[in-house]
Design a protein around this ligand. Structure first.
Ligand SMILES: Nc1nc2c(c(=O)[nH]1)N[C@@H](CN(C=O)c1ccc(C(=O)N[C@@H](CCC(=O)O)C(=O)O)cc1)CN2
Length: 366
């Protein structure tokens, strides 16, 4: 079997094109554009490239970009003071601190300082906890992108066995939660797991997020599996030349066995920034449109996508959050957005308990 290649760049382009329509609609309604603040401390070359791309793509979809490039010697106190200012700034809807931070700054403290409602990375313990509890919240961008790529080839992965290699807070743990919410059977493997090749061979869906170049070989893959490669590893190069980028999966071997596979580059990477922009609009409006996004990429109606995202009514948001809801009536991007005043009203209209279509917004900010 020769796998189809999942084109992350094309899917990310589509997400951004549709987002630009939503941003224009939001801006016309709100009288301002959504704003994303990106903070970079130091001059890590890869981070500089990513931050530059984020700023360009933010502006390209019609949002405001606030770039804060700070010297490597910036103290933790100075960084926390900047975050406090951004938390209080009403023109800033989303805040992202580019990782990794210099070693003298504790990234856990910095992440915790970001207002959870503006935490477009979805790394704040409140958002991480909400995801784990099956509650609504901002979801980390790379895992969200992986789910869109997966659903582009397998819209309903119900009951499939997903093996995730990696347990980082940024990718491994959140993607395991999203796969569980999609009714997959999920195994999380990591550096201490035994018999990793055998484990991987049991996977209908294999997510490699371990940061080890070409760790996963062709004979680790079950014939017909879907392989999502999150790794972006630059191989050493001779002289001043840049080394080649490879994933965590040996692509040339895997492509001969799998049903579908993401390439590196051009797979998961481009989805990370597209989903960041998606999260920024969600943080701005306060409506969490995961069902909308899913509907567009599966050809489902929104109500079907909502049903696919449903869980028991027991799992609704806690009362300290208020929310409004916008539902699209079809998967078309030109469909009219219909705001409803509160989740309860929306529930009675849709006769369904909706889990993943609201974004938490602390009442104080309404
Ligand atoms: N605060 C955050 N820091 C970091 C995150 C993150 O999600 N939030 N993720 C990564 C870096 N990252 C975004 O920040 C990122 C990585 C890779 C790509 C991408 O498009 N990669 C291309 C290849 C690019 C190249 O040539 O180097 C691809 O895979 O096609 C986008 C964003 C760590 N930090």
């Amino acid at each position: 079997m020769q796998a189809s290649t999942i084109d992350g760049k094309a899917i990310a382009d589509k997400v951004r094109a549709e987002l630009a329509i939503d941003v224009a609609q939001w801006a016309a309604h709100a009288g301002r554009r959504p704003g994303l603040a990106v903070v970079l401390v130091g001059n890590d070359p890869a981070s500089e490239v990513y931050v530059g791309s984020k700023a360009r793509q933010t502006v390209a979809v019609g949002m405001r970009s606030f770039e804060h490039r700070l010297p490597a010697e910036t103290s933790q106190t100075e960084l926390l003071a900047l975050i406090a200012r951004l938390n209080a700034d009403d023109t800033v809807d989303g805040i992202l601190v580019q990782l990794p931070l210099p070693v003298h700054i504790r990234s856990d403290l910095v992440i915790r300082a970001i207002d959870p409602a503006k935490d477009v990375d979805g790394f704040h313990p409140e958002n991480a906890g909400r995801l784990t509890s099956g509650l609504t919240g901002l979801v980390p961008c790379t895992p969200l992108g992986c789910m869109l790529l997966l659903r582009s080839v397998e819209p309903t992965p119900v009951g499939l066995h997903a093996v995730v290699i990696g347990r980082s807070n940024i990718v491994g743990r959140p993607i395991a939660q999203l796969l569980l919410q999609a009714d997959c059977t999920v195994t999380t493997a990591h550096s201490r797991s035994r018999e990793l090749p055998e484990l991987c061979r049991m996977a209908d869906i294999l997510i490699a997020a371990v940061g080890r170049p070409e760790l996963v070989r062709g004979d680790w893959i079950k014939p017909g599996a879907i392989v999502i490669d999150v790794g972006i590893n630059r191989l050493p190069a001779a002289g001043a030349a840049k080394g080649r980028l490879v994933g965590d999966v040996a692509f040339a071997e895997a492509v001969a066995v799998a049903r579908a596979i993401t390439p590196v580059p051009g797979g998961v990477g481009p989805m990370t920034i597209a989903c960041l922009l998606h999260n920024t609009l969600q943080a701005a409006r306060p409506v969490y449109g995961l069902a909308e996004l899913q509907a567009r990429h599966t050809g489902q109606t929104v109500s079907a996508a909502v049903c696919g995202l449903l869980r028991s009514p027991r799992r609704r948001r806690p009362s300290r959050f208020s929310s409004s809801l916008i539902l699209r009536t079809s998967s078309s991007s030109s469909a009219m957005a219909r705001p409803t005043p509160c989740l309860a009203a929306a529930l009675s209209q849709t006769k369904a308990s909706i889990r993943s279509t609201v974004v938490p917004r602390p009442l104080a900010q309404q």
